[in-house]
Unconditional design. Structure first.
Ligand SMILES: [Zn+2]
Ligand SMILES: [Zn+2]
Length: 402
């Protein structure tokens, strides 16, 4: 373990306690008032220039040093989920039905721990922007902050983020260049038929049979239309039609989750799903209406920034604990939108695989038994601190090539 980690360890207890405090008071998307207040107050106390109200509850803490025009953005998310916690932890949620089940409490605490350490102990030349984002869980807080001028008001040469990952050994750091997380689109297909008596199907246009056929036809998009070497997901998660056995309903609807790891594949999926819905409907004499709602974009890590993040990770944790060729995930993340505007890298930090005796660490995110692994507060903060030191290296040091 690196020198940075050792020097951070003495102050880490304070931030583990802070993580647990944030955990006790989870807040849903755009309602992170308490968390946002806590973040802003702490940052101001350490000498950061604090800007509030970006994307509603978003906070940017800025620290400038030296004369360099280089600038760096580090992002953490703050929101929780509508899940009733069952972790059994002493610091479990005090708010019924709400829970930090994705570890955003930990992400916030790691970046705060880094903020405190950097302000006190890290030499750098340039501008550091710490971005505390609301509403990562589906509501697109990243976009809201960008609509409020995030990168115009706080320009960044590069932007980085980190997410914990259960199942990966605690403190291991995983990343990959290029597409790392999938785009995610929500689609509703409504089939409009003609209702009628179940005894006289020839006098109706049955949307139930058309829907059943369409569910099966949609399975061929991934298996027959997408290049087998590309990844794609078409999940029909809901199929709703009818109420009684002797009534042919007038409508049936399908709810789809559509994901891809490539912008071209994403577009292809859209075209094929539209075409299949129309053709299938026509073959059953019903009409298809497709409502496509674009969700998060494909998350693409840029080469130079990914190489730097990997080098920093290796310097911190040693090569044995770093996977530079981590597999991509079909989950989604709105940090993808920031990476569409600014180069950067998104990295995973292992939340544990159970081998350290911490079963909650290996429990998957969005599960009621999940908990963020507090051993990562120091590792995450050290990664951020080292990244700042490397990216905003003082010119004198650059010149001698350290
Ligand atoms: Zn989540
Ligand atoms: Zn998350």
């Amino acid at each position: 373990m690196g020198h940075m980690l050792e020097s951070l360890l003495p102050q880490v207890d304070e931030f583990v306690a802070l993580r647990r405090e944030i955990h006790r008071f989870p807040e849903l998307a755009f309602s992170e008032h308490r968390t946002s207040e806590l973040v802003a107050t702490r940052l101001a106390g350490w000498g950061y220039e604090v800007h509030r109200g970006l994307g509603g509850t978003g906070v940017v803490g800025q620290l400038r040093r030296g004369s360099s025009s280089r600038s760096l953005g580090l992002r953490a998310d703050m929101d929780a989920l509508p899940i009733a916690e069952a972790s059994g932890r002493p610091w479990a949620s005090a708010c019924a039905g709400l829970m930090h089940a994705c570890g955003h409490d930990g992400h916030t605490a790691m970046l705060l721990a880094a903020a405190s350490y950097i302000a006190r102990s890290v030499e750098f030349d340039g501008t550091l922007n710490l971005i505390f984002q609301p509403a990562e869980e589906g509501a697109g807080g990243a976009v809201k902050m960008m609509e409020d001028g995030l990168f115009e008001r706080f320009p960044c040469d590069a932007v980085f983020a980190m997410h914990n990952m259960p199942g990966v050994p605690q403190g291991h750091l995983w990343l990959r260049e290029g597409a790392s997380m999938a785009s995610s689109d929500d689609v509703t297909i409504t089939l409009h038929g003609t209702g009628g008596h179940g005894a006289m199907p020839h006098r109706a246009a049955d949307p139930v049979v058309a829907a059943a056929s369409l569910v099966m036809a949609l399975q061929t998009v991934v298996s027959r239309n997408v290049d087998p070497l590309q990844a794609a997901v078409v999940t029909v998660g809901a199929l709703n039609a009818g109420k009684a056995n002797n009534v042919i309903p007038a409508q049936a609807s399908l709810e789809l989750s559509v994901r891809a790891l490539d912008r071209g594949v994403r577009q292809h999926l859209r075209e094929r799903i539209h075409a299949l819905a129309q053709a299938q409907a026509e073959s059953f004499s019903v009409r298809a209406e497709v409502n496509w709602r674009e969700g998060y974009a494909v998350l693409v890590n840029t080469p130079a920034e990914t190489a730097l993040a990997a080098d920093v990770a290796e310097q911190l944790a040693g090569p044995a604990r770093v996977n530079r060729q981590a597999p991509p995930l079909t989950a989604s993340e709105d940090f993808a939108f920031m990476l569409e505007k600014v180069p950067g890298c998104y990295l995973l930090i292992g939340n544990g695989d159970g081998s350290d005796g911490n079963a909650a660490g290996a429990c998957m995110v969005h599960n009621p038994g999940y908990d963020f692994n507090d051993d990562n507060v120091a590792v995450g903060a050290a990664y951020w601190s080292l990244l700042v030191q490397r990216f905003l290296q003082p010119a004198a040091r650059l010149a001698i090539g350290s």
